[in-house]
Design a protein around this ligand. Structure first.
Ligand SMILES: NC(=O)c1ccc[n+]([C@@H]2O[C@H](COP(=O)([O-])OP(=O)(O)OC[C@H]3O[C@@H](n4cnc5c(N)ncnc54)[C@H](O)[C@@H]3O)[C@@H](O)[C@H]2O)c1
Length: 267
């Protein structure tokens, strides 16, 4: 029996909301979705650094419990639909547990995890109508420990759990939920360290099989794919976009062989 491909190959999504879309990975995601003709709303506490046609910008702090619902309701009323939610807004902070205050812990969990929960809760009724999808931006630090990232790791690991749970709960309604886990990426969140701390750059790039940090476009491309109908049968997944670092142990290898000179192609 031949199986018909049910949903793949369809039109690009019509309307998307990207939190944290004013900067870095979020801004690149907005550009990638706009390139497909998708209307995009951005919810961010700061103004996007450059205006893009077809983008509706909302300035709000996701720590405000009503912010996400108000924005989702407004765009759903204006556009009549919502197809994609990208929960990308996030903050970081290097702290081991013994140096993490209650306030710092609460703020990290609130912005990185609870805000994604609230935004997803507001968006789900609309996504169920369009058989839409959610993409959560997590981190490889959610998958493996990294020095002094207690609250950040916990917030992102929580978002991985929420991703899988929502995929299980809402798949029957046609809503897909996935996560993208970037490795270290050169964005405003990390650029000062890229510029000022060569030892840190060597530490984070050294173990990466592809031997470079991610560009924002690398991450945005994966988000765009997961938002597209090409990913119609993918849900509950965490796609690491990290140059291979989370599937290797190269940091434990003192000297790295290069194989190019001995890799020959048969004539
Ligand atoms: N840069 C990296 O190396 C890296 C690696 C893994 C994961 N990530 C994740 O990718 C996402 C994007 O990070 P980025 O590197 O592009 O950072 P970024 O600082 O360039 O962008 C984050 C955006 O989120 C917004 N934001 C933060 N708190 C907010 C709040 N309370 N309300 C509304 N908006 C808020 C900021 O204003 C900013 O525009 C984050 O979730 C981050 O944890 C980044």
């Amino acid at each position: 029996m031949a199986y018909e491909r049910l949903e793949g190959g369809g039109a690009p999504p019509s309307a998307a909301l990207v939190t944290g879309g004013a900067s870095g990975i979020g801004a690149a995601t907005v550009a990638a979705l706009r390139a497909d003709g998708t209307r995009v709303a951005v919810l961010d506490r700061t103004q996007p650094s450059h205006e893009t046609d077809g983008v509706r910008s909302f300035i709000a702090d996701l720590a405000d419990p009503d912010a996400a619902r108000d924005v989702v309701d407004t765009i759903a009323a204006e556009w009549g639909r919502l197809d994609v939610l990208v929960n990308c807004a996030g903050i970081s902070g290097a702290m081991p547990v013994h140096e993490t205050t209650d306030d710092a812990w609460a703020r990290m969990i609130d912005v990185n995890l609870s805000a994604a929960f609230r935004t997803s809760r507001a968006a789900l009724p609309h996504l169920a109508r369009t058989r839409g999808c959610i993409i959560n931006v997590v981190s490889t630090i959610a998958l493996r420990g990294y020095p002094a990232q207690a609250a950040y790791a916990a917030s992102k690991a929580g978002l991985v759990g929420l991703t899988r749970q929502m995929a299980a709960d809402y798949g029957a309604d046609g809503v897909r939920v996935n996560a993208v886990a970037p490795g270290v990426t050169d964005t405003p969140l990390t650029s000062s360290r890229f510029l000022s701390d060569p030892e840190w750059v060597a530490d984070v790039v050294g173990p990466v099989p592809l031997q470079r940090a991610a560009r924002v476009e690398d991450i945005a491309g994966a988000i765009r794919f997961l938002a597209s109908s090409e990913a119609a049968y993918i849900t509950g997944q965490v796609l690491a976009v990290d140059g291979g670092v989370s599937t290797s142990s190269l940091s434990a290898v003192p000297r790295r062989p290069q194989f190019a000179s001995s890799l020959t192609v048969s004539p």
